[in-house]
Design a protein around this ligand. Structure first.
Ligand SMILES: Nc1nc2c(c(=O)[nH]1)N[C@H]1C(S)=C(S)[C@@H](COP(=O)(O)O)O[C@H]1N2
Ligand SMILES: [Mo]
Length: 216
């Protein structure tokens, strides 16, 4: 069994048991069932792909009028935005006031010009990871393809050179080492979504797992 499979087995078991709804905590900025941290933990499949600024590219393809592929130099020449948001991981930690810098996802989408039939996207990481979103969610004004966080370049373990950040969803929707955004007419559940994680992943509605079962 490959190493990454062992690493995720426990998380799959938890997803299949489901989670009891939690009470809202005292801090209105912390979603139910979450605890505040400040050490920005690392969470992934345990596969760190060999992507660096000199070999990274991001491709937008599928149901688009203009397929595009940008390398790090071209990406850095696009209009850069700084965006502050809170980061909520389904494993129950939240880190507030993350400051991300990069290109708004909606600016990249505008370059590719999705067809009218495009309604969902797959976000692909260079480690083989995938996750899915409605196209609409990618267009929110806080969704960013980030190359920097808290004033530093993104480290490889946090998805550098570039990763997606989707503040209104649990953090698994933000693919690290973002390598492609594919546009589809139909929704295609990603790596965790096919393994029992909730398709929508709204931390405020505590959409952790899709099964109705409760954690024991
Ligand atoms: N490519 C890729 N992106 C990924 C993951 C992964 O395994 N591979 N893990 C996701 C999960 S489960 C979480 S909680 C966040 C964690 O981001 P961090 O390691 O920067 O804290 O990345 C998400 N993006
Ligand atoms: Mo996660």
């Amino acid at each position: 069994m490959p190493n990454w499979m062992k690493l995720i087995e426990g998380k799959i078991r938890v997803a299949q048991r489901g989670a009891k709804p939690s009470a809202q905590g005292p801090d209105a900025r912390i979603p139910p069932g979450q605890k505040q941290v400040s050490d920005f933990p690392v969470l992934d499949l345990g596969i760190e792909p060999d992507v660096r600024p000199d070999n990274w590219t991001l491709r937008l393809h599928g149901l688009v009028a203009h397929e595009i592929s940008v390398d790090f130099r071209a990406f850095s020449a696009l209009s850069q935005t700084t965006s502050m948001s809170d980061f909520h991981c389904v494993t129950r930690w939240s880190q507030l006031d993350m400051v991300w810098k990069g290109v708004m996802a909606r600016d990249l989408v505008a370059m590719a010009q999705p067809l009218d039939t495009a309604a969902f996207v797959t976000l692909q990481g260079a480690d083989g990871y995938t996750t899915n979103l409605p196209l609409e969610a990618l267009l929110d004004d806080d969704v960013i393809v980030a190359t920097r966080v808290l004033g530093e370049s993104l480290t490889p373990e946090h998805g550098g050179p570039a990763r997606l950040v989707v503040p209104r969803r649990y953090a698994w929707k933000g693919a690290k080492w973002l390598s492609a955004i594919e546009f589809h007419a139909e929704d295609r559940p990603g790596f965790w979504e096919v393994r029992g994680y909730h398709n929508d992943a709204d931390p405020w509605r505590e959409e952790r797992f899709s099964g109705g079962g409760f954690e024991t």
